[in-house]
Design a protein around this ligand. Structure first.
Ligand code: OAD
Length: 238
């Protein structure tokens, strides 16, 4: 667990920063009961990413892929944002220049009340067409048929998330890189920092704080690494 000295050092960095960027990963939603991807209980322990989270998997077996994403929608729909998500809303209100970059597709930052969010891996509550430009917000937890057909062209609809092997949304990613490069401070929360290009954002930061109960490849390189859960550490910081 992070010491009082470490927490004080992180608070000083936050107070001195004129602009702040926060980068979150699955760990911030762990205390809401949403499984992370890696580590104990992680989704990739029980499911193979190449069978569920690639364009090839969807082309081969759209039914299974949709069922998996609808199962995750159900889990997330029944969950609530936690104290970590809420502390980031408080932080956003303190800075004139603030950006929240998330790798999460769960929408819990939106539900907590965060406003300036860049979703670099897309959004589970978003559906788009594999054949045309059609897309929509989508809260459905079930459909009459899977895969649901596009109302405009009839091609299969797919979850609006980024899969392995796909590019990140171009404009969102450019904004994320610019925000990190220009910010005084980057706060990295709940990511194993293993998935690129997102993890590469940490290298662009002038100064960074990490919040994670486990060590990551960046823990020894950030200004302050705070060991602990986001739901405990973030409220203690703000
Ligand atoms: P991971 O599952 O790789 O990492 C989750 C991190 O959260 C780990 O480092 C944990 O130690 C940490 N963690 C666990 N509980 C925590 C808590 N209470 N508070 C803070 N941190 C905690 O998740 P990501 O790094 O987000 O990609 O994974 C990155 C990407 O890999 C995901 O966006 C997803 C996945 O495949 C796509 O879907 C494209």
């Amino acid at each position: 667990m992070a010491s009082e000295l470490e927490l004080a050092a992180a608070r000083r960095l936050l107070a001195a920063a004129g602009s702040l960027v926060v980068l979150t990963g699955a760990g911030i939603s762990a205390e809401s009961g949403i499984p992370t991807f890696r580590g104990p209980g992680g989704l990739w322990r029980n499911f193979r990413p190449e069978a569920l989270a690639t364009p090839e998997a969807f082309a081969r077996d759209p039914l299974t892929v949709w069922e998996w994403y609808l199962w995750r929608r159900g889990l997330i729909d029944a969950a609530e944002p936690n104290a970590g998500h809420r502390a980031l809303v408080t932080l956003e209100q303190r800075y004139e220049r603030f950006t929240l970059i998330t790798q999460n597709v769960d929408g819990l930052h939106d539900r907590a009340g965060s406003r300036r969010i860049l979703k670099v891996h897309g959004d589970l509550w978003h559906t788009r067409c594999t054949g045309c430009a059609y897309q929509r917000k989508d809260r459905a937890l079930a459909y009459p048929a899977l895969p649901p057909p596009c109302p405009e062209c009839g091609a299969p609809l797919r979850p609006g998330v980024v899969w392995f092997g796909e590019s990140l949304p171009r404009i969102v990613w450019a904004e994320a890189e610019r925000a990190v490069a220009q910010a005084d401070l980057l706060l990295v929360v709940g990511t194993s920092a293993q998935v690129y290009p997102a993890a590469g954002l940490i290298d662009l930061a002038r100064c960074a704080i990490e919040v994670n109960p486990a060590a990551t490849p960046f823990s020894s390189r950030v200004a302050v690494a705070l060991a602990g859960g986001a739901g405990e550490i973030l409220p203690a910081l703000v």
